[in-house]
Design a protein around this ligand. Structure first.
Ligand code: HPA
Length: 271
């Protein structure tokens, strides 16, 4: 399957999303699973009902695509995402962004859980991803995106207007935001302490296994994007504790209200 054929298949099933006149899409990461369940639901599908689409296999992730409204304005919500470490190929991992493109979305916010590498970061902090490494998935991305001109293309990330809206949201809600660099690890295993030492020396602030393929493809597709990490744990080797997914989910749960308030206020500014 190539990008052109997969996009055509998705377009056949989801072209009706264009009728909603959507501007903003949100991809929910670990722990944000319940976001928006109290908002009016205008459209919903479960990717499990489409045999050509992936299904999230990660604990605490669903795989529904929803249109909900906030102050009567609709937005697109991906409840769950698809990671390489689940064994999916790059095109399947890009499903939310391809659908966002079909829906004519102009703003994309991706959220995730990440390990804190910066010694000043604590579990529960929220970090705007200012930039990221992509070299460890460039090969997969460029193989899959052959249909798109990628040579000499400047990756336009983050979108300055979305950063501005997020910073406004932060000062209006009093929810503090850190900013930093996100190191992408393909997974499936967490990093070793030696890797974290290297990542830290290179100047990165947080580490995770998602999001980069999404914002990379969004940037190439002309969708303005921004990503936020919820720091759920100290990265490997920074404490004596062994890292586990349950810790990630627990911390994300603890700051759920704060994260949800930030996201809803941000959506209100962009729909
Ligand atoms: N490493 C990689 N991915 C993660 C982490 C981490 O420490 N925490 C949450 N997702």
């Amino acid at each position: 399957m190539n990008l052109h054929d997969y996009s055509a298949q998705l377009e056949n099933s989801f072209y009706k999303l264009r009728d909603f006149d959507l501007k903003t899409a949100i991809i929910l990461g670990s722990g944000l699973n319940q976001f928006g369940t109290d908002l009016p639901l205008l459209y919903s599908i479960d990717t499990a009902d489409y045999d050509f689409m992936p299904v999230s296999t990660v604990e605490g992730h669903n795989s529904t695509i929803e249109v909900r409204s906030i102050s009567d304005k609709p937005f697109l919500l991906f409840r769950g995402r698809f990671h390489f470490y689940e064994g999916y190929d790059i095109l399947q991992c890009l499903t939310p962004v391809i659908i966002a493109k079909i829906a004519n979305i102009s703003n994309l916010m991706a959220t995730n859980a990440a390990g804190g590498v910066n010694p000043y970061f604590k579990p529960g902090d929220l970090m705007i991803i200012n930039s990221f490494n992509s070299f460890n998935i460039r090969k997969e991305l460029s193989d899959a995106l052959q249909d798109i001109k990628t040579v000499d293309t400047y990756l336009d990330y983050p979108a300055p207007e979305l950063i501005e809206k997020l910073l406004e949201t932060s000062s209006e809600t009093g929810i503090l935001l850190k900013e930093g660099l996100y190191w992408y690890n393909k997974g499936p295993a967490y990093e070793t302490p030696a890797e974290i030492k290297m990542i830290s020396k290179l100047g990165y602030d947080a580490v995770g296994m998602s999001t980069v393929h999404e914002i990379y493809f969004a940037a190439l597709s002309g969708i303005s994007s921004i990503a936020i990490s919820c720091i759920t744990n100290y990265a490997a080797g920074l404490t004596d504790q062994k890292l586990a997914h349950s810790e990630v989910v627990e911390t994300a749960d603890l700051i759920r209200t704060k994260f949800e308030t930030l996201i809803s206020s941000f959506i209100l500014k962009t729909v």
